[in-house]
Design a protein around this ligand. Structure first.
Ligand SMILES: CC(C)(COP(=O)(O)OP(=O)(O)OC[C@H]1O[C@@H](n2cnc3c(N)ncnc32)[C@H](O)[C@@H]1OP(=O)(O)O)[C@@H](O)C(=O)NCCC(=O)NCCS
Length: 158
């Protein structure tokens, strides 16, 4: 098995593997990701890597360096990792993450972060096995659609 940067011809396989998890064929989304993290990413600290076995894409990972977000020194982020269900538990996910970690080390980045849903015990077990620990950060979110509706209602009442 080898790990290399994605090529346009890999996209159909990437889309198919993603669809096994999400149930959605997000072709337009993946074309955009390819443009940003594939072709345009050379030398830009963005990585869209695929794992190949017998000339077939069996997994992929996407990550990047993010600089000084909310005061954090440049750090690596992995925001997508997926291994073909028929090829799991054979070390492919580990190889993909190692490839990103190596690339990050070579650019001088010392920290790798990710975000996951607390219900996703599979991805949590995987990241935990790779040495990832809880970080001193908290994710926050709000419903901007609801806020806009409330603003509109307040405006109408004035
Ligand atoms: C998580 C995932 C990437 C792991 O890939 P993989 O190639 O199977 O992982 P590896 O074989 O390298 O496993 C490394 C370690 O992860 C853990 N792990 C992997 N699969 C596991 C499972 N089914 N249950 C519990 N732990 C597991 C184990 O600790 C394993 O080490 P071990 O083999 O010594 O037990 C893969 O299962 C996957 O793609 N899952 C879906 C991911 C997903 O939901 N993506 C969407 C969000 S981006």
């Amino acid at each position: 098995m080898t790990v290399r940067p994605v090529r346009r011809a890999d996209l159909d396989h990437v889309i198919a593997i993603d669809a096994t998890v999400t149930g959605l064929e997000k072709r337009a989304y993946w074309q955009r990701v390819y443009r940003r993290y594939g072709v345009a990413a050379v030398g830009e600290q963005r990585w869209f890597l695929v794992a190949m076995a017998d000339r077939k894409v069996v997994g992929f990972l996407i990550g990047e360096v993010r600089d000084w977000e909310f005061g954090s020194p440049p750090c690596g982020w992995v925001f997508a990792i997926n291994v073909d269900p028929s090829a799991r538990q054979g070390g492919i996910g580990t190889r993909l993450l190692e490839s990103l970690s190596t690339a990050l080390r070579e650019t001088g980045v010392r920290k790798l972060r990710t975000l996951l849903h607390h219900d996703n015990t599979l991805i949590l077990s995987f990241f935990r096995s790779q040495g990832m620990m809880a970080a001193p950060l908290i994710p926050l979110e709000m419903d901007v659609a609801a806020a806009a509706v409330a603003d509109g209602a307040a405006e109408a009442a004035r």
